[in-house]
Design a protein around this ligand. Structure first.
Ligand SMILES: [Zn+2]
Length: 318
């Protein structure tokens, strides 16, 4: 029935899309600023998903450019990755009866990563905020932006959608985009990690998605499977990340991934004790691809704010 992974993906995208009727915040000033920012884009590009799809292609190209010829062949012949609007999962995979794999990424997860990235940047330096619909940017403080961040996480857990404060940053300060993009890249590499490890070929790892007539991979079913997917994902992530950002250093990935795992731990619905697992994922990667000592120092960084500052300052280049 489905000759290519892309065909299977497109079929799933059609049947999987959910309509969200939620208390979205709107603000005429925010809409105006947004339309000014995109004034140079063509109507085609203005399609809401354009930029996300464009970035997804960039990530895929960076991965395909840097993996082994063998894996490249495997991915190109049997795997497709795309977005869906369905918050029953953050990312999952479905396999067609013809042996094609469609990796589905929930678009809300990438929107969440973007909104979080902006708020984290605003928390570090409230002066770079150009607009916020929640108050006068001259009086909003770091604490306010932290509050907005927590609210964003709460809403994501409650509605499965990242509803939160509307913030625009001064376009001169775009450094947070790198962290956001690397988090998105890792999300994809993690799924490819499952693919490499053969997790998408084990029937026991699949279940029917609520309301949908197809089976999807159950994320977080076993810690062991997840840790191994991270370990297979990291080398692919690292090469693709250098391909996208040649000026970066390996050390710069530590704070980025640590934040990413913390976000995933915070919004993961399945466990009340999700935080420890989030930092165990990071510890695993550090022990395998950095050093045992860095992994231990990372764990110690949770003991106090000072230790945390000291630890992360080691990984930021001036
Ligand atoms: Zn996984």
């Amino acid at each position: 029935m489905f000759d290519t992974a892309q065909e299977y993906l497109e079929y799933l995208q059609q049947i999987c899309t959910k309509v969200y009727d939620l208390p979205f915040e709107k603000d005429p000033e925010f809409t105006k600023l947004n339309s000014q920012d995109v004034v140079h884009l063509s109507p085609d590009q203005l399609d809401g998903m354009y930029q996300m799809k464009f970035l997804l292609n960039q990530y895929l190209n960076a991965i395909l450019n840097t993996v082994s010829p063998d894996l490249k062949e495997k991915i190109e012949s049997s795997l497709a990755i795309g977005f869906v609007r369905n918050g029953s999962f953050n990312a999952t995979c479905s396999k067609s009866s013809t042996g094609k794999y469609a990796v589905l990424i929930y678009e809300g997860l990438f929107i969440l990563l973007n909104k979080h990235g902006k708020l984290a940047h605003a928390t570090n330096n409230p002066k770079i905020v150009r607009f916020c619909n929640r108050g006068d940017i001259k009086t909003l403080t770091s604490d306010d932006y932290i509050k907005f961040m927590n609210e964003l996480f709460d809403n994501y857990k409650k509605y499965h959608f990242p509803i939160g404060a509307l913030v625009k940053l001064d376009s001169k300060y775009l450094s947070h985009m790198v962290s956001i993009m690397l988090s998105e890249l890792f999300t994809i590499c993690h799924e490819i990690g499952h693919f490499i490890n053969g997790d998408f070929d084990e029937e026991a790892n699949f279940a029917n998605l609520a309301d949908h007539p197809f089976e999807a991979f159950i994320e977080d079913r076993s810690h062991e499977i997840e840790y191994k997917a991270d370990l297979s994902a990291y080398p692919i992530f690292e090469k693709a990340a250098f391909n996208l950002f040649p000026e970066m250093e390996k050390n710069n990935f530590v704070p980025v991934l640590s934040t990413f795992f913390a976000i995933m731990g915070t919004v993961s619905n399945s466990k009340s004790e999700s935080h420890p697992e989030a930092f165990r994922r990071m510890t695993n990667i550090l022990a395998a691809y950095y050093s045992e000592q860095i992994a231990l120092d990372y764990l110690a960084s949770f003991e106090s704010q000072e230790k945390s500052n000291e630890f992360f300052s080691r990984f930021v280049s001036d």
